[in-house]
Ligand binder design. Sequence first.
Ligand code: G6P
Length: 469
Amino acid sequence: MAETSKSPFVVVANRLPVDRDTGDDAAQWRASPGGLVTALEPVLRQHDGIWVGWPGSALDDYGQFEVDGLKLLPIELSSDEIENYYEGMSNGTLWPLYHDVVAKPAFHREWWDAYEQVNRRFAEAAAHSAAPDAVVWVHDYQLQLVPAMLRELRPDMRIGFFLHIPFPPTELFKQLPWRNQILEGLLGADLVGFQRPGGAANFARLVRLRLGHKNHRDRIVLDNGREVCARAYPISIDFASLEKLARTPGVRQRADEIRAELGGTRKIFLGVDRLDYTKGIRQRLRAFGELIVDGLIDVDDAVFVQVASPSRERVQQYVEVRHDIERWVGRINGDLGRIGRQPIHYLHSSYPREEMAALFQAADVMVVTPFADGMNLVAKEYVTCRYGNDGALVLSEFAGAADELKQAFLVNPHDINGMREAMLAAMRADPHDLSRRMRAMRKQVRENDIDSWAKNFLSDLAGRELASA
Ligand code: G6P
Protein backbone atom coordinates (compact mmCIF):
# COMPACT_ATOMS: atom_id res chain seq x y z
CA MET A 1 0.00 0.00 0.00
CA ALA A 2 1.33 3.46 -0.92
CA GLU A 3 2.63 5.63 1.92
CA THR A 4 0.03 7.99 3.41
CA SER A 5 0.29 10.58 6.15
CA LYS A 6 -1.35 9.46 9.40
CA SER A 7 -4.30 11.54 10.46
CA PRO A 8 -6.02 11.88 13.86
CA PHE A 9 -9.43 12.16 12.10
CA VAL A 10 -10.50 9.85 9.29
CA VAL A 11 -13.79 9.87 7.36
CA VAL A 12 -14.63 6.63 5.55
CA ALA A 13 -17.43 6.77 2.98
CA ASN A 14 -18.07 4.81 -0.20
CA ARG A 15 -17.54 7.86 -2.37
CA LEU A 16 -14.90 10.52 -2.19
CA PRO A 17 -16.42 14.03 -2.12
CA VAL A 18 -15.19 14.53 -5.68
CA ASP A 19 -15.65 12.44 -8.80
CA ARG A 20 -13.36 12.48 -11.76
CA ASP A 21 -15.06 14.38 -14.56
CA THR A 22 -15.40 11.98 -17.45
CA GLY A 23 -15.77 14.89 -19.90
CA ASP A 24 -13.07 16.34 -22.15
CA ASP A 25 -10.57 17.31 -19.49
CA ALA A 26 -9.65 14.21 -17.48
CA ALA A 27 -7.82 16.28 -14.87
CA GLN A 28 -11.05 17.94 -13.68
CA TRP A 29 -12.84 16.98 -10.46
CA ARG A 30 -16.43 17.75 -9.66
CA ALA A 31 -18.62 17.32 -6.56
CA SER A 32 -19.97 13.76 -6.13
CA PRO A 33 -23.75 13.20 -6.18
CA GLY A 34 -25.96 12.97 -3.11
CA GLY A 35 -26.60 14.46 0.28
CA LEU A 36 -23.84 12.62 2.15
CA VAL A 37 -21.09 14.57 0.43
CA THR A 38 -22.95 17.89 0.73
CA ALA A 39 -23.17 17.39 4.47
CA LEU A 40 -19.74 15.96 5.24
CA GLU A 41 -17.42 18.12 3.21
CA PRO A 42 -17.50 21.09 5.62
CA VAL A 43 -16.97 18.68 8.55
CA LEU A 44 -13.79 17.28 7.02
CA ARG A 45 -12.50 20.77 6.25
CA GLN A 46 -13.00 21.84 9.83
CA HIS A 47 -11.21 18.83 11.30
CA ASP A 48 -8.39 18.75 8.77
CA GLY A 49 -8.86 15.01 8.42
CA ILE A 50 -8.45 12.55 5.60
CA TRP A 51 -11.31 11.10 3.56
CA VAL A 52 -11.08 7.47 2.39
CA GLY A 53 -13.40 6.61 -0.52
CA TRP A 54 -13.96 5.47 -4.09
CA PRO A 55 -13.25 8.11 -6.77
CA GLY A 56 -16.10 6.89 -9.02
CA SER A 57 -13.83 5.88 -11.92
CA ALA A 58 -10.41 4.32 -12.41
CA LEU A 59 -7.32 6.38 -11.53
CA ASP A 60 -3.70 5.94 -12.63
CA ASP A 61 -2.39 6.36 -9.11
CA TYR A 62 -4.12 5.28 -5.91
CA GLY A 63 -1.92 7.23 -3.51
CA GLN A 64 -3.17 9.99 -1.23
CA PHE A 65 -3.80 13.35 -2.95
CA GLU A 66 -5.40 16.74 -2.30
CA VAL A 67 -8.20 18.58 -4.08
CA ASP A 68 -9.13 22.07 -2.98
CA GLY A 69 -7.46 21.61 0.41
CA LEU A 70 -9.14 18.24 1.16
CA LYS A 71 -6.89 15.24 1.84
CA LEU A 72 -8.23 12.23 -0.05
CA LEU A 73 -7.26 8.57 -0.13
CA PRO A 74 -8.83 6.79 -3.12
CA ILE A 75 -9.91 3.14 -2.93
CA GLU A 76 -9.87 1.13 -6.12
CA LEU A 77 -12.88 -0.95 -7.19
CA SER A 78 -12.60 -3.47 -10.01
CA SER A 79 -15.40 -3.67 -12.57
CA ASP A 80 -16.61 -6.90 -10.89
CA GLU A 81 -16.68 -5.13 -7.54
CA ILE A 82 -18.61 -2.20 -8.99
CA GLU A 83 -21.14 -4.70 -10.29
CA ASN A 84 -21.41 -6.89 -7.19
CA TYR A 85 -20.59 -4.61 -4.24
CA TYR A 86 -21.82 -1.18 -5.45
CA GLU A 87 -24.60 -1.86 -7.97
CA GLY A 88 -25.48 -5.25 -6.46
CA MET A 89 -25.33 -5.58 -2.67
CA SER A 90 -25.37 -1.83 -1.91
CA ASN A 91 -27.92 -0.61 -4.43
CA GLY A 92 -29.80 -3.76 -5.46
CA THR A 93 -30.20 -5.23 -1.96
CA LEU A 94 -29.62 -2.80 0.91
CA TRP A 95 -30.94 0.42 -0.68
CA PRO A 96 -34.41 -0.97 -1.54
CA LEU A 97 -34.60 -3.05 1.67
CA TYR A 98 -33.82 -0.04 3.86
CA HIS A 99 -36.24 2.19 1.91
CA ASP A 100 -39.37 0.28 2.86
CA VAL A 101 -38.96 -2.18 -0.07
CA VAL A 102 -40.33 0.52 -2.43
CA ALA A 103 -38.56 -1.70 -5.00
CA LYS A 104 -37.94 -5.40 -4.47
CA PRO A 105 -34.51 -6.19 -3.01
CA ALA A 106 -32.53 -9.02 -4.60
CA PHE A 107 -30.39 -11.37 -2.52
CA HIS A 108 -27.32 -12.87 -4.19
CA ARG A 109 -24.49 -14.64 -2.39
CA GLU A 110 -21.82 -13.38 -4.80
CA TRP A 111 -22.95 -9.80 -4.09
CA TRP A 112 -22.48 -10.45 -0.38
CA ASP A 113 -18.99 -11.90 -0.91
CA ALA A 114 -17.95 -8.77 -2.82
CA TYR A 115 -19.49 -6.57 -0.10
CA GLU A 116 -17.35 -8.26 2.55
CA GLN A 117 -14.24 -8.06 0.40
CA VAL A 118 -14.65 -4.35 -0.37
CA ASN A 119 -15.57 -3.49 3.23
CA ARG A 120 -12.31 -5.14 4.29
CA ARG A 121 -10.34 -3.04 1.81
CA PHE A 122 -11.89 0.17 3.18
CA ALA A 123 -11.19 -0.94 6.77
CA GLU A 124 -7.55 -1.71 5.99
CA ALA A 125 -7.02 1.62 4.24
CA ALA A 126 -8.63 3.52 7.13
CA ALA A 127 -6.57 1.61 9.71
CA HIS A 128 -3.45 2.40 7.72
CA SER A 129 -4.13 6.13 7.45
CA ALA A 130 -5.18 6.70 11.08
CA ALA A 131 -2.76 7.99 13.72
CA PRO A 132 -2.66 6.29 17.16
CA ASP A 133 -5.93 6.84 19.10
CA ALA A 134 -7.49 8.44 16.03
CA VAL A 135 -11.21 9.07 15.62
CA VAL A 136 -12.61 7.25 12.59
CA TRP A 137 -16.07 8.09 11.29
CA VAL A 138 -17.58 5.50 8.93
CA HIS A 139 -20.60 6.40 6.78
CA ASP A 140 -23.61 4.75 5.29
CA TYR A 141 -25.09 1.46 4.15
CA GLN A 142 -22.28 0.53 1.76
CA LEU A 143 -19.82 0.10 4.66
CA GLN A 144 -21.70 -1.50 7.54
CA LEU A 145 -19.06 -4.18 8.16
CA VAL A 146 -16.22 -1.68 8.45
CA PRO A 147 -16.67 -0.78 12.16
CA ALA A 148 -16.10 -4.37 13.41
CA MET A 149 -13.25 -4.93 10.93
CA LEU A 150 -11.61 -1.71 12.08
CA ARG A 151 -11.95 -2.61 15.75
CA GLU A 152 -10.16 -5.86 15.11
CA LEU A 153 -7.35 -4.09 13.25
CA ARG A 154 -7.07 -1.03 15.50
CA PRO A 155 -8.60 -1.45 18.97
CA ASP A 156 -6.94 1.85 20.04
CA MET A 157 -9.31 3.98 17.97
CA ARG A 158 -12.68 5.61 18.64
CA ILE A 159 -15.04 4.37 15.94
CA GLY A 160 -18.26 6.11 14.94
CA PHE A 161 -20.78 5.03 12.32
CA PHE A 162 -23.57 7.11 10.81
CA LEU A 163 -26.35 5.72 8.61
CA HIS A 164 -27.60 8.37 6.18
CA ILE A 165 -30.63 6.39 5.02
CA PRO A 166 -33.54 4.99 7.06
CA PHE A 167 -32.88 1.92 9.21
CA PRO A 168 -35.75 -0.49 8.48
CA PRO A 169 -38.26 -2.01 10.87
CA THR A 170 -37.36 -5.45 12.22
CA GLU A 171 -39.86 -7.28 9.94
CA LEU A 172 -38.09 -5.99 6.82
CA PHE A 173 -34.53 -6.24 8.11
CA LYS A 174 -35.13 -9.88 9.02
CA GLN A 175 -35.43 -10.75 5.31
CA LEU A 176 -31.71 -10.17 4.85
CA PRO A 177 -29.82 -13.48 4.74
CA TRP A 178 -26.79 -11.71 6.28
CA ARG A 179 -28.74 -9.87 9.00
CA ASN A 180 -26.56 -11.00 11.92
CA GLN A 181 -23.32 -10.15 10.14
CA ILE A 182 -24.57 -6.61 9.45
CA LEU A 183 -25.63 -6.10 13.08
CA GLU A 184 -22.28 -7.41 14.31
CA GLY A 185 -20.46 -5.19 11.82
CA LEU A 186 -22.21 -2.09 13.15
CA LEU A 187 -21.62 -3.11 16.77
CA GLY A 188 -17.90 -2.69 16.12
CA ALA A 189 -18.53 1.06 16.53
CA ASP A 190 -18.62 2.92 19.87
CA LEU A 191 -21.45 5.10 18.60
CA VAL A 192 -23.97 4.24 15.87
CA GLY A 193 -25.91 7.27 14.63
CA PHE A 194 -29.24 7.30 12.80
CA GLN A 195 -31.31 10.06 11.21
CA ARG A 196 -34.45 9.43 13.26
CA PRO A 197 -35.09 8.02 16.75
CA GLY A 198 -37.17 5.23 15.15
CA GLY A 199 -34.07 3.93 13.30
CA ALA A 200 -32.03 3.80 16.52
CA ALA A 201 -34.90 1.98 18.27
CA ASN A 202 -35.21 -0.53 15.39
CA PHE A 203 -31.50 -1.26 15.65
CA ALA A 204 -31.49 -1.75 19.45
CA ARG A 205 -34.53 -4.02 19.16
CA LEU A 206 -32.93 -6.16 16.43
CA VAL A 207 -29.70 -6.46 18.38
CA ARG A 208 -31.68 -7.67 21.40
CA LEU A 209 -33.88 -10.08 19.45
CA ARG A 210 -31.25 -11.54 17.16
CA LEU A 211 -28.02 -11.34 19.16
CA GLY A 212 -29.39 -11.31 22.71
CA HIS A 213 -27.60 -8.09 23.76
CA LYS A 214 -29.52 -6.12 26.36
CA ASN A 215 -29.93 -2.39 26.08
CA HIS A 216 -30.43 0.30 28.71
CA ARG A 217 -32.23 2.99 26.77
CA ASP A 218 -29.80 3.90 23.99
CA ARG A 219 -26.86 1.90 25.35
CA ILE A 220 -26.29 -1.67 24.20
CA VAL A 221 -24.16 -3.88 26.42
CA LEU A 222 -22.06 -6.52 24.67
CA ASP A 223 -20.95 -9.85 26.19
CA ASN A 224 -17.46 -8.48 26.93
CA GLY A 225 -18.97 -5.53 28.82
CA ARG A 226 -18.23 -2.98 26.07
CA GLU A 227 -21.03 -0.50 25.47
CA VAL A 228 -22.29 0.69 22.10
CA CYS A 229 -24.53 3.72 21.96
CA ALA A 230 -27.31 3.97 19.30
CA ARG A 231 -28.87 7.42 18.92
CA ALA A 232 -30.49 9.77 16.44
CA TYR A 233 -28.52 12.71 15.03
CA PRO A 234 -30.62 14.40 12.30
CA ILE A 235 -28.15 15.60 9.68
CA SER A 236 -28.16 19.11 8.26
CA ILE A 237 -26.37 21.48 5.89
CA ASP A 238 -23.97 24.40 6.04
CA PHE A 239 -26.66 27.06 6.47
CA ALA A 240 -24.35 30.08 6.67
CA SER A 241 -22.33 29.33 3.54
CA LEU A 242 -25.36 28.41 1.41
CA GLU A 243 -27.30 31.49 2.53
CA LYS A 244 -24.28 33.65 1.76
CA LEU A 245 -24.10 32.15 -1.72
CA ALA A 246 -27.84 32.70 -2.26
CA ARG A 247 -27.45 36.39 -1.39
CA THR A 248 -24.66 37.04 -3.93
CA PRO A 249 -25.63 39.36 -6.82
CA GLY A 250 -24.70 36.68 -9.39
CA VAL A 251 -27.12 34.14 -7.93
CA ARG A 252 -29.90 36.69 -7.51
CA GLN A 253 -29.50 37.82 -11.10
CA ARG A 254 -29.56 34.23 -12.30
CA ALA A 255 -32.78 33.63 -10.31
CA ASP A 256 -34.36 36.62 -12.11
CA GLU A 257 -33.22 35.23 -15.45
CA ILE A 258 -34.73 31.82 -14.69
CA ARG A 259 -38.03 33.47 -13.76
CA ALA A 260 -38.04 35.54 -16.94
CA GLU A 261 -37.17 32.53 -19.11
CA LEU A 262 -40.02 30.54 -17.60
CA GLY A 263 -42.57 33.23 -18.33
CA GLY A 264 -42.18 36.04 -15.82
CA THR A 265 -45.34 35.80 -13.79
CA ARG A 266 -45.87 32.05 -13.83
CA LYS A 267 -45.71 30.31 -10.44
CA ILE A 268 -42.72 27.99 -10.43
CA PHE A 269 -42.97 24.55 -8.86
CA LEU A 270 -39.59 22.85 -8.41
CA GLY A 271 -38.40 19.29 -7.78
CA VAL A 272 -34.70 18.49 -7.30
CA ASP A 273 -33.70 14.87 -6.79
CA ARG A 274 -31.28 12.18 -7.77
CA LEU A 275 -33.23 10.15 -10.28
CA ASP A 276 -34.28 7.44 -7.82
CA TYR A 277 -37.47 5.38 -7.38
CA THR A 278 -37.65 6.34 -3.70
CA LYS A 279 -38.17 10.02 -4.55
CA GLY A 280 -41.75 9.87 -5.86
CA ILE A 281 -40.95 12.00 -8.93
CA ARG A 282 -43.52 10.49 -11.29
CA GLN A 283 -46.30 10.74 -8.70
CA ARG A 284 -45.72 14.44 -8.05
CA LEU A 285 -45.66 15.20 -11.79
CA ARG A 286 -48.83 13.23 -12.18
CA ALA A 287 -50.51 15.27 -9.42
CA PHE A 288 -49.42 18.47 -11.17
CA GLY A 289 -50.70 17.20 -14.55
CA GLU A 290 -54.09 16.34 -13.03
CA LEU A 291 -54.43 19.85 -11.62
CA ILE A 292 -54.04 21.19 -15.17
CA VAL A 293 -56.48 18.64 -16.63
CA ASP A 294 -59.08 19.59 -14.02
CA GLY A 295 -58.64 23.29 -14.78
CA LEU A 296 -57.32 24.12 -11.31
CA ILE A 297 -53.98 25.25 -12.74
CA ASP A 298 -53.47 26.90 -16.12
CA VAL A 299 -50.23 26.41 -18.06
CA ASP A 300 -50.09 30.17 -18.49
CA ASP A 301 -49.98 30.56 -14.73
CA ALA A 302 -47.72 27.76 -13.53
CA VAL A 303 -44.82 25.56 -14.58
CA PHE A 304 -43.07 22.59 -12.98
CA VAL A 305 -39.26 22.39 -13.21
CA GLN A 306 -37.94 18.94 -12.36
CA VAL A 307 -34.20 18.49 -12.03
CA ALA A 308 -33.40 14.77 -11.96
CA SER A 309 -29.68 14.15 -11.62
CA PRO A 310 -28.40 10.95 -13.21
CA SER A 311 -27.82 8.17 -10.68
CA ARG A 312 -26.85 4.46 -10.64
CA GLU A 313 -27.67 4.25 -14.31
CA ARG A 314 -26.66 0.63 -14.83
CA VAL A 315 -29.00 -0.72 -12.12
CA GLN A 316 -32.15 -2.10 -13.78
CA GLN A 317 -34.63 -0.46 -11.41
CA TYR A 318 -33.06 2.93 -12.16
CA VAL A 319 -33.30 2.33 -15.91
CA GLU A 320 -37.00 1.54 -15.43
CA VAL A 321 -37.83 4.50 -13.24
CA ARG A 322 -36.15 6.83 -15.73
CA HIS A 323 -38.25 5.46 -18.60
CA ASP A 324 -41.35 5.71 -16.49
CA ILE A 325 -40.74 9.36 -15.55
CA GLU A 326 -39.79 10.35 -19.07
CA ARG A 327 -42.91 8.71 -20.46
CA TRP A 328 -45.04 10.75 -18.06
CA VAL A 329 -43.22 14.00 -18.82
CA GLY A 330 -43.69 13.40 -22.54
CA ARG A 331 -47.34 12.56 -22.08
CA ILE A 332 -48.17 15.55 -19.88
CA ASN A 333 -46.26 18.00 -22.08
CA GLY A 334 -47.73 16.46 -25.25
CA ASP A 335 -51.32 16.47 -23.99
CA LEU A 336 -51.36 19.70 -22.03
CA GLY A 337 -48.67 21.97 -23.47
CA ARG A 338 -49.00 24.75 -25.99
CA ILE A 339 -46.33 26.36 -28.16
CA GLY A 340 -44.04 28.27 -25.79
CA ARG A 341 -45.92 26.89 -22.77
CA GLN A 342 -44.63 23.55 -21.55
CA PRO A 343 -46.17 22.45 -18.25
CA ILE A 344 -43.02 20.54 -17.24
CA HIS A 345 -39.37 21.40 -17.76
CA TYR A 346 -37.50 18.18 -17.17
CA LEU A 347 -33.71 18.43 -16.78
CA HIS A 348 -31.82 15.15 -16.59
CA SER A 349 -28.60 16.68 -15.35
CA SER A 350 -26.73 17.88 -12.28
CA TYR A 351 -25.80 21.51 -11.74
CA PRO A 352 -23.26 23.47 -9.72
CA ARG A 353 -24.21 24.94 -6.33
CA GLU A 354 -24.69 28.45 -7.74
CA GLU A 355 -27.27 27.30 -10.28
CA MET A 356 -29.10 25.28 -7.62
CA ALA A 357 -29.19 28.29 -5.27
CA ALA A 358 -30.67 30.39 -8.10
CA LEU A 359 -33.30 27.73 -8.86
CA PHE A 360 -34.26 27.53 -5.17
CA GLN A 361 -34.68 31.28 -5.15
CA ALA A 362 -36.72 31.34 -8.31
CA ALA A 363 -39.14 28.60 -7.15
CA ASP A 364 -42.44 29.56 -5.49
CA VAL A 365 -43.25 26.00 -4.42
CA MET A 366 -40.61 23.37 -3.69
CA VAL A 367 -41.99 19.84 -3.96
CA VAL A 368 -40.12 17.12 -2.02
CA THR A 369 -42.16 13.93 -1.98
CA PRO A 370 -40.07 10.79 -1.32
CA PHE A 371 -41.73 7.52 -0.25
CA ALA A 372 -38.86 7.03 2.18
CA ASP A 373 -35.81 9.21 2.80
CA GLY A 374 -33.23 9.33 5.59
CA MET A 375 -33.34 13.14 5.81
CA ASN A 376 -33.58 14.94 2.44
CA LEU A 377 -31.20 17.86 2.46
CA VAL A 378 -32.79 19.47 -0.61
CA ALA A 379 -35.70 20.54 1.62
CA LYS A 380 -33.25 22.20 4.01
CA GLU A 381 -31.35 23.80 1.12
CA TYR A 382 -34.54 25.36 -0.24
CA VAL A 383 -35.43 26.84 3.13
CA THR A 384 -31.89 28.19 3.52
CA CYS A 385 -32.01 30.00 0.17
CA ARG A 386 -35.35 31.75 1.01
CA TYR A 387 -33.82 34.60 3.00
CA GLY A 388 -36.83 36.78 2.09
CA ASN A 389 -39.04 34.41 4.14
CA ASP A 390 -41.20 33.65 1.12
CA GLY A 391 -41.82 30.46 -0.85
CA ALA A 392 -43.63 27.26 0.15
CA LEU A 393 -42.34 23.78 0.87
CA VAL A 394 -44.44 20.70 0.12
CA LEU A 395 -42.77 17.87 2.03
CA SER A 396 -43.37 14.16 2.40
CA GLU A 397 -44.03 13.03 5.94
CA PHE A 398 -41.76 10.05 5.14
CA ALA A 399 -38.64 12.22 4.79
CA GLY A 400 -36.57 12.58 7.97
CA ALA A 401 -36.75 16.37 7.41
CA ALA A 402 -40.48 16.27 8.26
CA ASP A 403 -39.58 15.80 11.96
CA GLU A 404 -37.95 19.24 11.94
CA LEU A 405 -39.67 21.22 9.15
CA LYS A 406 -43.11 20.93 10.67
CA GLN A 407 -44.40 24.13 9.07
CA ALA A 408 -44.10 22.63 5.57
CA PHE A 409 -47.23 21.52 3.69
CA LEU A 410 -46.87 17.88 4.76
CA VAL A 411 -48.11 15.16 2.40
CA ASN A 412 -48.38 11.40 2.05
CA PRO A 413 -46.80 10.79 -1.39
CA HIS A 414 -48.92 7.67 -1.94
CA ASP A 415 -52.02 9.87 -1.83
CA ILE A 416 -52.24 11.67 -5.18
CA ASN A 417 -55.35 13.63 -4.16
CA GLY A 418 -53.63 14.74 -0.96
CA MET A 419 -50.61 15.91 -2.99
CA ARG A 420 -52.86 17.80 -5.40
CA GLU A 421 -54.49 19.60 -2.49
CA ALA A 422 -51.19 20.43 -0.82
CA MET A 423 -49.64 21.73 -4.06
CA LEU A 424 -52.66 23.90 -4.72
CA ALA A 425 -52.77 25.16 -1.13
CA ALA A 426 -49.05 25.98 -1.28
CA MET A 427 -49.50 27.89 -4.55
CA ARG A 428 -52.48 29.86 -3.29
CA ALA A 429 -51.33 30.45 0.29
CA ASP A 430 -51.52 33.87 1.83
CA PRO A 431 -48.04 35.53 1.88
CA HIS A 432 -48.32 36.17 5.64
CA ASP A 433 -48.96 32.50 6.28
CA LEU A 434 -46.00 31.54 4.06
CA SER A 435 -43.75 34.03 5.80
CA ARG A 436 -44.69 32.67 9.24
CA ARG A 437 -43.98 29.11 8.11
CA MET A 438 -40.71 29.98 6.38
CA ARG A 439 -39.37 31.99 9.32
CA ALA A 440 -39.92 29.03 11.64
CA MET A 441 -38.30 26.55 9.23
CA ARG A 442 -35.31 28.80 8.62
CA LYS A 443 -34.78 29.22 12.35
CA GLN A 444 -34.81 25.45 12.74
CA VAL A 445 -32.17 24.89 10.03
CA ARG A 446 -30.04 27.87 11.13
CA GLU A 447 -29.93 26.64 14.72
CA ASN A 448 -29.38 23.00 13.77
CA ASP A 449 -26.81 23.21 11.02
CA ILE A 450 -24.13 20.77 9.90
CA ASP A 451 -21.71 22.14 12.45
CA SER A 452 -23.96 21.34 15.41
CA TRP A 453 -24.72 17.90 13.92
CA ALA A 454 -21.02 17.02 13.68
CA LYS A 455 -20.26 18.53 17.09
CA ASN A 456 -23.04 16.53 18.75
CA PHE A 457 -21.93 13.29 17.15
CA LEU A 458 -18.21 13.77 17.67
CA SER A 459 -18.48 14.95 21.27
CA ASP A 460 -20.65 11.95 22.09
CA LEU A 461 -18.11 9.75 20.32
CA ALA A 462 -15.27 11.32 22.28
CA GLY A 463 -17.00 9.93 25.32
CA ARG A 464 -18.07 12.99 27.22
CA GLU A 465 -21.79 12.46 26.99
CA LEU A 466 -21.56 8.70 26.77
CA ALA A 467 -20.19 8.70 30.26
CA SER A 468 -22.85 11.02 31.69
CA ALA A 469 -25.97 9.97 29.71
C1 G6P B 1 -27.38 8.93 -0.96
C2 G6P B 1 -26.59 7.97 -0.11
C3 G6P B 1 -25.10 8.18 -0.27
C4 G6P B 1 -24.72 8.15 -1.73
C5 G6P B 1 -25.55 9.18 -2.51
C6 G6P B 1 -25.27 9.17 -4.01
O1 G6P B 1 -27.22 10.25 -0.48
O2 G6P B 1 -26.97 8.08 1.24
O3 G6P B 1 -24.38 7.18 0.42
O4 G6P B 1 -23.35 8.40 -1.93
O5 G6P B 1 -26.93 8.88 -2.32
O6 G6P B 1 -25.42 7.89 -4.54
P1 G6P B 1 -24.23 7.14 -5.28
O7 G6P B 1 -24.69 5.72 -5.41
O8 G6P B 1 -24.08 7.87 -6.57
O9 G6P B 1 -23.01 7.29 -4.41
